[in-house]
Design a protein around this ligand. Structure first.
Ligand code: NI
Length: 186
């Protein structure tokens, strides 16, 4: 099942997401739907608040980054905790399904050490670098209510303001289904 994607202006994107408990109904099904939604909108990552759920889950597939070194991963992260960010900061022009038609340069550290639960609620701790570490940081931010436009300097924010207002009013037509902020359905 493909969910509509929440966009800038939707309060769920500004909430601090809460941990998932074992009794969450059909978590595996929810995660599968998140993957389906991500793939159908050509995303490399998707966080639960982007499908209207303020819970601590995100999925990613960084294998499409053909020049990526090291190779990417396909994975769901449940209740993740970034334990450490380190290495030189590097810049990449980022996009976000919740910010259609906006791309901006964002600086992020090279590596992350992350602890999380896998789909069987087993604790994992891993290190990621490069593009995968970047996507992890971007998706993790969504669980904290942060979007990449928050990192821009005041001048860039001012330039983007009208675009952001347009998005929040649903005056944007991406190739995937969105939920217009304030609307009951999509
Ligand atoms: Ni995003």
């Amino acid at each position: 099942m493909i969910y509509p994607v929440t966009v800038f202006g939707d309060p769920v994107l500004r909430k601090k997401a809460v941990p998932v408990t074992k009794d969450f109904k059909d978590l595996k099904g929810f995660i599968q739907n998140m993957f389906d939604t991500m793939y159908s909108s050509d995303g490399v990552g998707l966080a639960a608040p982007q499908v209207g759920q303020a819970i601590r889950v995100f999925v990613l597939d960084t294998t499409t980054d053909e020049e990526g070194e090291p190779a990417g991963i396909v994975k769901a992260f449940i209740n993740p905790e970034i334990l450490e960010k380190y290495g030189d900061e590097w810049v990449m022009n980022e996009g976000c399904l919740s910010l259609p038609e906006i791309r901006e340069d964002v600086l992020r550290p090279e590596s992350v050490r992350i602890k999380y639960l896998d789909e069987d609620f087993k604790i994992r701790e891993e290190i990621y670098n490069g593009f995968t570490a970047r996507v992890i940081q971007h998706e993790y931010d969504h669980l904290e209510g942060i979007m990449f436009v928050d990192y821009l300097n005041p001048l860039k924010k001012r330039i983007l303001k009208s675009k952001l207002i347009a998005i929040s009013k649903g005056k944007v037509i991406p190739k995937y289904r969105i939920k217009i902020p304030g609307s009951k359905s999509n």
